[in-house]
Ligand binder design. Sequence first.
Ligand SMILES: Nc1ncnc2c1ncn2[C@@H]1O[C@H](COP(=O)(O)OP(=O)(O)O)[C@@H](O)[C@H]1O
Ligand SMILES: [Mg+2]
Length: 485
Amino acid sequence: MSQACGTQVTQTQVFNVVSQSFVAGPDAVLMAIAGAEPKEFPFTPETSEVVIGRHPDCNIQASDKHVSSKHFRVYRDSEKRFFLEELGSSGCFINNQLVKKGEHRALCHGDAIKIAPNVTTESPFAFFILQVNPCEGSAWKGDGVPCPPDTSERSGTGEIEGMPNGKTEDWVTKHWDIRHQLGSGNFSEVRLGVDVKDKGKQYAMKIVDKKKFLQFQKQRESVLNLRDEADMMSSLSHSNIVKCHSWFQTEANMYLALELVQGGDLLHCLLDGGAFPEHQASRLFHQICDAVRYLHVEKQLVHRDLKPENILLTSKDRETMLPKLADFGLARKNMKSRDCRTFCGTPHYFAPEVITTASSSDSKNAGYGKQVDMWSLGVILYILLSGIPPFEEEQLYRQILDGKYEFDVEEWNCVSPEAKQFVTSMMTVNPMERIDINQAVDHPWFKISRFCTPTRSNVEPGGRSFAEEPSAKRRKSEGTMGTMA
Ligand SMILES: Nc1ncnc2c1ncn2[C@@H]1O[C@H](COP(=O)(O)OP(=O)(O)O)[C@@H](O)[C@H]1O
Ligand SMILES: [Mg+2]
């Protein structure tokens, strides 16, 4: 058994283990982080398991009554992969997922193990993080991929000179466990990122492929900069905008550690459940507008890529979910810069002036500003209330330029005239006549819609929902960057 010596653990004094003389370069460390000061239980080559419980034979002893005589053990197999076996009847939690008595689970670098008296307890009295030494050739990463060998200096700071927030791959491996994919886009993917050095806190790690980004930049002669998104997001503070916790870069990638938003995005919510009744749409859309007001008025920023998949949701419950604006990859300061003429965003949410500006050689027609976001907001509200997109796939740009959309379809039958007027005031072809964000936030529809009782559901039998639309129509909202530059 290990050299992790057994002494008493209580709820107030969480771990009271005789301090270990830390063997240099252990294979892994089980780190206790709920106590006054962190304690570490190393797995040396001789350690095959660490048992936690009230029994005096346990390597880590606990006195709290919620802990079983032998509560769980962390062990490894002959290939040095780590596992947890739950031994006690009350179970434990790996990354907040319950593990029941008799179950075995593979453990990854950065996994958080808690003993909590019940599922809802936020402050468990026993909390460990497993840190696997990247030198361990076959260290289990959960997806069958061994950790990459550690080639750089272990004691170094991991910084790359001359590169702002530049880090080595080794530094990234030591500090972050980058897990399953949460979503992806044009030159980036978003994965669950666990900060193994900071209590296993979880983030959405946006990883931008620098090479792909620079290719795009060159092709489009775009002045979009790799650092723009990180800098911009770090400067924002609004409850309906995704926060950027930190960022760093390696030779290959740019990493943004973003606030993790757990309820998926609005596009998938619409595809799963169809249109929103007015009272729910009103609550959600008002918060979206407030976030855009913050950008336009307080920050002088244009998002330029507002669409349902860039609006994240904190839960799947439509009565309580909060929206959070994401993806500031195309956001710009609201100036008439040359780059504001770059044709970008998603075609189905393009404002008419985006199309005319991009196809015009008229130098007086120098770009577009905040009003493009207002048009996109109109398209979003259209979809929220009806569950269908306003434009057909065929001759898309022509329809946008002509403002050719209609409410004369079944999906709009039971929606209030105030809602239609609100959509029309945002989806007005002439940007000078389109309402601005201050007018939108104060629109009368918000007052009346709160009291609208749902008269129909857009998923009722026979009704067309976003989810039932033919894929060609659905793809409208899944479009990507425009192809004209
Ligand atoms: N903070 C986050 N929390 C959870 N999921 C996220 C988060 N940020 C992005 N995602 C997921 O990743 C997808 C792509 O992210 P996004 O920032 O829009 O990248 P891109 O610029 O490549 O479009 C989103 O549609 C969403 O599904
Ligand atoms: Mg996106």
